[in-house]
Design a protein around this ligand. Structure first.
Ligand code: FAD
Ligand code: GLY
Length: 375
C-alpha cells in the first residue's frame, strides 16, 4: 500500500482543494483524490459570486459563515498569487438586487433594515439612481438593494489556485482516481479503495459535493442531501455594459474580465444530468434581456451546467461522522460553495487539528441528521 498520509481528501472541487491548502499550511501530509479533473464539476460551473448578503438574507449561523468567508478573500487573493502566480480575479464592485413589484420593494427594504441592524452595508436606491449607475439596465424595475461588499471571483481559477498552493506546500493530488469505498474504519489508519489501488490515512475528508451522499451511504450514513442542476450561459460584448453584478428573482448577470457577461442560473432539483435544456436556456435569455436589454446585441459565447449540493435544511454539513471519528465531512454548500470555500478549508483544518471552533459550528454538525425536520 505504500505511504500513509495524515489526511486523505475525497473530491477535488473548490472545497476539497481549499481543505488541502489550509491543512497543508498546518504541516499535514495530504493526499487529494479526484475521480475526474480538478474543478471539473460544480466548482467550474459556478458564476463565482461572493453573495454573502444577496444570497443569505436571514440572520443566523449561515450568514455568519458567509460574512466571515467573504472577508478572507482580499488576503487570500494575495497569498494565492504569491504562492502560485494564479490571479483569482477578485472583483469588489458590489451587487444590485433589483425589485420589479411593490412586494419585492417591501421585502428588500426589510432585508436592508435587518442587515444594517447586523452592522452590514446595504441601502435602498431609487430607479433613477440605479439607471445613473447602470444606464444599460431595463427601465421596468422599481429600484434596488445596493450591496457594496458582495463581489465575485473566477471560480475555476480559485479552485486551481487552492490546488496548486497545496501542492507547493507538499500536498499530493491525483486526478482520474475514483474512490470506491472506505475500509478499516475502526483501525488506527483508515483505508481508501480506489480505481488505482488502496491508500491509507489517519483521517478522511469527504468533499465530493453532490456525490458525497453516495460515498457516505457506504458508511451507513444517510446524508439528507440532493442535487440541484444549474444552467448558465455567457456572452461577449464589444465594450463594458455593466459595472456591478445584477441579481433578480429570476436571473443574475455577472460582469467578468474581457467584456464577458455570465448569466445564470436555472434550478432543476433531483438530477445529476449536466445537459443544458433549450427550455432552461430560453427562460434565462428572456430574463436577461428584460434585465439588461443591451445584452440582445452581445455575441453568444457558450453554455454549461453544474450540480449544486443541497441539504435537507439548506445548511452545509461541516463536521465529524457521528459514528466514525476519523471521517470528516464538508459538503452541502448549495448555491454558495465558492463564497464559503475559504472558511470551509479553515474549519476543516481546525477540526482535524483539534482547535477550538466557533460556536456557530454546532448548526452545521452531522448530529442534526437525527432531527425530525431533516427526515
Ligand atoms: P464540486 O465542485 O462538485 O466537487 C466535488 C468533486 O468530487 C468533483 O470534482 C467530483 O468529480 C469529485 N468526486 C465525486 N465523487 C468522487 C469519488 N468517488 N472519488 C473521487 N472524487 C469524487 N457558489 C457560489 O458561491 N457563488 C456562485 O456564484 C455560484 N454559482 C453557481 C452557479 C451554478 C450554475 C452552479 C451549478 C453552482 C453555483 N455555485 C455558486 C455553487 C458552487 O458551485 C458549489 O456549491 C461548489 O462548487 C461546491 O463545491 P464542492 O467542492 O463541494 O463540489
Ligand atoms: N449562487 C448562484 C447559483 O447557485 O446559481
Amino acid at each position: 500500500m505504500g505511504t500513509s498520509y495524515d489526511v486523505i481528501i475525497i473530491g477535488g472541487g473548490v472545497n476539497g482543494c481549499a481543505s488541502a491548502y489550509y491543512l497543508s499550511k498546518t504541516g499535514k501530509k495530504i493526499l487529494l483524490l479526484e475521480k475526474d479533473r480538478i474543478a471539473s464539476k460544480a466548482s467550474s460551473a459556478a458564476a463565482g459570486m461572493l453573495g454573502a448578503q444577496v444570497e443569505v438574507t436571514e440572520a443566523g449561523p449561515l450568514f455568519e459563515l458567509a460574512k466571515e468567508s467573504r472577508a478572507i478573500f482580499p488576503h487570500l487573493q494575495q497569498d494565492l498569487k504569491e504562492l502560485t502566480g494564479i490571479d483569482i480575479e477578485l472583483v469588489q464592485k458590489g451587487m444590485l438586487k433589483l425589485a420589479y413589484h411593490e412586494e419585492e420593494v417591501m421585502s428588500l427594504k426589510k432585508t436592508i433594515a435587518l442587515q444594517q441592524g447586523l452592522g452590514e452595508k446595504a441601502a435602498w436606491i431609487s430607479k433613477e439612481e440605479v439607471l445613473r449607475r447602470e444606464p444599460d439596465l431595463g427601465v421596468e424595475m422599481l429600484g434596488a438593494m445596493d450591496i457594496p461588499m458582495d463581489g465575485h471571483v473566477n471560480p475555476e481559477k480559485l479552485t486551481h489556485a487552492f490546488a496548486k498552493a497545496a501542492i507547493t506546500l507538499g500536498a499530493e493530488i491525483k486526478e482520474y482516481v475514483e474512490v470506491y469505498s472506505i475500509q478499516d474504519l475502526n483501525q488506527e489508519t483508515v483505508k481508501v479503495e480506489t480505481s488505482e489501488g488502496s491508500f491509507a490515512g489517519d483521517s478522511i475528508v469527504v468533499t465530493a459535493g453532490a456525490w458525497s451522499k453516495r460515498i457516505l451511504s457506504e458508511l451507513g450514513l444517510n446524508l439528507p442531501s440532493y442535487p440541484v442542476k444549474g444552467e448558465c450561459f455567457s456572452v461577449l460584448t464589444d465594450k463594458p455594459i455593466l459595472e456591478s453584478t445584477i441579481f433578480t428573482d429570476s436571473c443574475y448577470i455577472v460582469p467578468k474580465s474581457g467584456n464577458r457577461l455570465v448569466v445564470g442560473a436555472t434550478m432543476v432539483p433531483h438530477t445529476f444530468s449536466e445537459k443544458v435544456s433549450i427550455g432552461g436556456l430560453a427562460s434565462l435569455m428572456k430574463e436577461a434581456i428584460r434585465t439588461l436589454p443591451a445584452i440582445e446585441h452581445a455575441s453568444f459565447e457558450r453554455t454549461w451546467a453544474g450540480i449544486r449540493p443541497q441539504t435537507g435544511d439548506g445548511l452545509p454539513f461541516l463536521g465529524k461522522h457521528p459514528t466514525f471519528p476519523s471521517i470528516f465531512i464538508a459538503t452541502g454548500h448549495y448555491r454558495n460553495g465558492i463564497l464559503l470555500s475559504p472558511i470551509t478549508g479553515k474549519l476543516v483544518a481546525g477540526m482535524i487539528n483539534g482547535w477550538k471552533l466557533p460556536d456557530y459550528m454546532l448548526a452545521f454538525g452531522l448530529e442534526r441528521i437525527q432531527e425530525p425536520s431533516m427526515r
